[in-house]
Design a protein around this ligand. Structure first.
Ligand code: ZN
Length: 201
């Protein structure tokens, strides 16, 4: 998720990569982020299984690097072309990295009370809209070590977790808007991408 509205101060670039126990090595190669209306962004991702472990380790490292470089605060595997149920999040509280990996996430409780926040998405660069979602959620997931975990979220984290979970089911934030607003944003994005293409061949 890109949570930076156009009139807000952009977040400071992270000063370092997420903590890693691995010895220092060559920088992780960034992954290209798919842009709407790419068909992979509309597909449902499959659960991660034990056999995926080593591929997932590599994918997660590259997803974090790609998310921090964008910069964004959340990135789901389908956005980089991997139809697996996992996403990475880092809200950078106090501008300090706080990386989270959520594998096979599911919402186990959601409040009736809703909250409206302005959302953006790395797959719809430069586009923002207010989205209404449950204000509080409890999400169950597996972490990078395969341990079962649970997180209770409200505020920005709640919106971000729900936004990223949506990506695993082929849902974009614009799918929560009226058809009129959605089409307006998708048309504007298409036009801006064409203009960008013609500027840098
Ligand atoms: Zn997104």
């Amino acid at each position: 998720m890109d949570a930076t509205p156009p009139d807000a101060k952009p977040p400071a670039a992270p000063s370092r990569q997420p903590p890693s126990k691995a010895p220092p090595k060559a920088p992780v190669e960034l992954l290209p982020i798919l842009i709407a209306p790419h068909k992979t962004l509309k597909a449902r991702a499959r659960p991660v299984v034990t056999a995926d472990a080593s591929a997932v380790r590599d994918l997660v490292a590259r997803m974090f690097a790609t998310m921090y470089a964008a910069p964004g605060i959340g990135l789901a595997a389908p956005q980089v072309g991997a139809l697996l149920r996992l996403f990475v999040v880092d809200l950078m509280p106090g501008e300090k990295p706080q990386p989270m990996v959520l594998i096979n996430p599911e919402i186990v409780a959601a409040s009736k009370e809703t909250a409206i926040r302005e959302e953006g998405c790395l797959s719809l660069p430069g586009q923002y809209a207010e989205v209404e979602r449950p204000a509080h959620v409890v999400m169950r997931f597996e972490d990078a070590t395969g341990a079962r975990r649970q997180v209770e979220a409200e505020g920005l984290l709640s919106a971000c977790l729900q936004h990223e979970l949506d990506h695993l089911d082929g849902i974009l934030f614009v799918d929560h808007l009226s058809a009129l607003k959605r089409n307006m944003i998708l048309r504007r994005l298409a036009k801006e991408m064409r203009q960008k293409d013609s500027k840098d061949p």
